[in-house]
Design a protein around this ligand. Structure first.
Ligand code: AMP
Length: 285
């Protein structure tokens, strides 16, 4: 696996593959790789002749009070992991390569960015949308892969690619979980062993809300109230727990007539967990 650190080198390498008609898949990450990231790589390998992974801890998506400084960075271990999974190229730019002096452009996806995580992490999705736009324009992949674990992010990226006429397909990949259900996340490393034992309650509650609403679609308000109570009792500090339309994230009063999603963010100690589950009403299956 080759490692490139400049946009010029990235474009050089990709140009050859493009000339020989090879389909290119792109997997953007912030490093701290785990089996969730590897599922995106595998999806890329099954669709595309070449897979490029980017590793960039993007400062513009972290608010000043967030964990930019402590975010897990172990570059050589991450590169070894990628090398052994058949990735063709890793793009690992320095911050100055992505944001040269006087960088002043922001990509903002209105509407979709505003609720849920966007309401609690101010500016976060503008940072995500800006860096993802740059990565897509730099690499011009045929397909780019994003995890359903960050469901709001997936929809935002899909929308920006459409709005900016980027000739790329955005594919969502189902969430990879631990055997006890906890979604894999780089931030799980922050959990103490006591917190790690509590963490699966987060998934249990979300899954229960989703399953109940599939049977009783009108019970959204009751289930949200129940879920918040359960999570608080288990020791979580709930940031949000909401049921939204699965396509445009519009708030819904009932989950019966279209695909919906239950989405939540909560703190366990100092660790912020997010997760979501689909709600597919029986009438649509
Ligand atoms: P990150 O490095 O956390 O920015 O994540 C990079 C990509 O991996 C994003 O598209 C995430 O949604 C995706 N991802 C993170 N965790 C998981 C998971 N447990 N299952 C599937 N995809 C994931």
């Amino acid at each position: 696996m080759r490692v490139v650190r400049t946009i010029a080198d990235l474009r050089d390498r990709l140009a050859g593959w493009r000339r020989s008609g090879e389909r290119l898949g792109l997997v953007p990450t912030m490093g701290a790789l785990h089996a969730g990231h590897m599922a995106l790589v595998e999806a890329g390998r099954s669709d595309c002749a070449r897979v490029v992974v980017t590793i960039f801890v993007n400062p513009t998506q972290f608010a000043p009070n967030e964990d930019l400084g402590s975010y897990p960075r172990r570059e050589s271990a991450h590169l070894d992991m990628l090398g052994s999974t058949g990735v063709d190229l890793a793009f690992v730019p320095a911050t100055a390569e992505m944001y040269p002096p006087q960088f002043s452009t922001l990509v903002r996806v209105g509407g979709l960015s505003e609720g849920l995580c966007g309401a609690h992490r101010l500016g976060h999705f503008d940072g995500v949308a800006t860096v993802v736009s740059k990565l897509l324009i730099q690499a011009l992949p045929d397909i780019a892969y994003f995890g359903e674990k960050d469901y709001q992010q997936l929809l935002i990226v899909r929308r920006l690619a459409r709005d900016l006429d980027l000739p790329v397909q955005i594919k969502g990949v189902p969430t990879v979980r631990e055997p006890d259900g906890l979604a894999l996340s780089s931030r799980n490393a922050y959990l103490s062993s006591a917190e790690r034992r509590i963490a699966p309650q987060f998934v249990r509650v979300l899954r229960s809300v989703a399953e109940t609403l599939e049977r009783e679609p009108a019970a959204v308000a009751r289930e949200i109230e129940w879920g918040r109570r359960e999570l608080t009792r288990a020791g979580f500090d709930v940031e949000y727990l909401e049921v939204r339309d699965a396509v445009d994230l519009a708030p819904v009063g009932a989950a019966g007539s279209r695909p919906c999603r239950v989405l939540a963010a909560a703190y366990l100690g100092r660790t912020r967990l997010i997760d979501n589950f689909p709600i597919m009403p029986a009438s649509l299956t």
